[in-house]
Design a protein around this ligand. Sequence first.
Ligand code: 13P
Length: 235
Amino acid sequence: MKKYIIANWKSNKNLSEVAFWLNNFPNEPESLQVLHGLEIILAPPYPFLVSAQEIIEERHLPIKLAVQDLSAFGKGAYTGEVSAFNLQDLDIQYAILGHSERRRFLKESDQLIADKIAEALSWHIKPILCLDKPNFASQARFLSRQILPKLFLAYEPVTAIGSGQAEDAHNLSLIKKELYSIYQVKTLIYGGSVNAANVGSFLQVCDGVLLGGASLELSDFVNLLFTASESLIQL
Ligand code: 13P
């Protein structure tokens, strides 16, 4: 079973920075061999999805694409929204939904996020639902029992995001039990101040990690990938 390493670039980078990052991502056979135990997922800002996909295809990079949000509506008169229909001819396999920054700054509600999840699933886009502490029991109230097993759950305590104060891996194993009893999900991702030094401990407990800051500089990210791969050998 592969471990998921998800890079959420948030609103960082411009087109030339995106091109630099992807054009320099290692793709020689030795590196690909080391990375084969990882499912690497990149969520760039919307405007860069097309060029990111082109470079990924051209260079045969082992990277899948995600969006950082998805409209709850279909195609139509929804100014400023990006619908799953808009993305149809791109190879978008995942959608990060309900990130705490969207809940906080854009006032996204649990109901709206549940609608986005339903829309993603109807287009065969895998939702990565972000939850934070201490709200995770109530954050699923609009999700049906049939939908829950189809999600990836990303546990991202707000205090850990961008603070350098990652959750303790032992606490995380307790939280994992609690989350599994509420949500019956199959895949649990951890996010919040993950870096090359702590990624191995999180991969022992979870199915993957969601990264913000540590995914921005290519050299940091590649270092983290190699460390993550090494940690899997010990599992
Ligand atoms: P940091 O890795 O910068 O803490 O961000 C985590 C996050 O919010 C990923 O979605």
